[in-house]
Design a protein. Structure first.
Length: 216
């Protein structure tokens, strides 16, 4: 039997195990469960910035105060070096003000800065049980745990989600709402269209199906 299964895999291939995308509805439920204390404000800023920027968890962990520039339109986030940035030049990611204060990533980051009193160094840091904010940045593993904890609070299965789920969520939402692939790819730092397509999660099979084009 093991030989048969191995033969099937060799013939048909196996789909890579992917974590689920955080949908906009999921994100709203995740945010609703967060407390109003320092940890809740940090997690709100992390979740919204991670989603709006399509950031990898390592990129979120590496953001520093000096990487942020605010303007009347929103906020620019400097990514010093990404996974696909072979030359190490980095990139700048625009984050616009949201339409609703409760889901605005810029407002969330400002709220976290005001609450924490952080003026320099890492943006996202550990917080002790007594509310003490650490000087060191969160690890990329801790970023993933923040996502999983919020997912669990929203009543979703944390085994299906990871830090990458925010990045997949942006790619999926942008595609569903008609954003040109080049726009979403630029936001996420993608250069390969095929790689980007792998981030887009199908939404129930009725987003762009042939039935839209048939006179029936």
């Amino acid at each position: 039997m093991a030989r048969v299964r191995r033969g099937i895999r060799m013939t048909h291939g196996t789909a890579p195990a992917r974590k689920a995308a955080v949908r906009i509805g999921d994100l709203r439920r995740m945010l609703e469960t967060l407390p109003c204390d320092a940890r809740g404000r940090r997690d709100r800023a992390l979740l919204l910035l991670g989603f709006a920027g399509g950031f990898r968890r390592s990129e979120l962990a590496a953001v520093e105060i000096a990487d942020l520039a605010f303007s009347r339109d929103g906020m620019l986030v400097r990514v010093r070096r990404g996974k696909t940035d072979a030359e190490g030049g980095g990139r700048t990611v625009p984050i616009r003000f949201g339409r609703e204060p409760a889901t605005c990533p810029v407002t969330a980051v400002i709220g976290w800065l005001y609450c924490s009193g952080i003026r320099h160094g890492p943006l996202f840091r550990g917080i002790g049980n007594d509310g003490t904010i650490a000087a060191r940045a969160l690890s990329d593993r801790s970023v993933a745990l923040v996502v999983k904890r919020a997912v669990l609070g929203a009543g979703l299965d944390p085994r299906r989600y990871a830090g990458h789920s925010l990045r997949r969520g942006l790619a999926t939402a942008a595609t569903e709402h008609g954003a040109p692939p080049r726009v979403a790819m630029r936001q996420m730092g993608h250069r390969d269209g095929r790689a980007f397509a792998g981030y887009v999660e199908e939404a129930g099979g009725f987003v762009d199906d042939v039935g839209l084009y048939l006179p029936l």
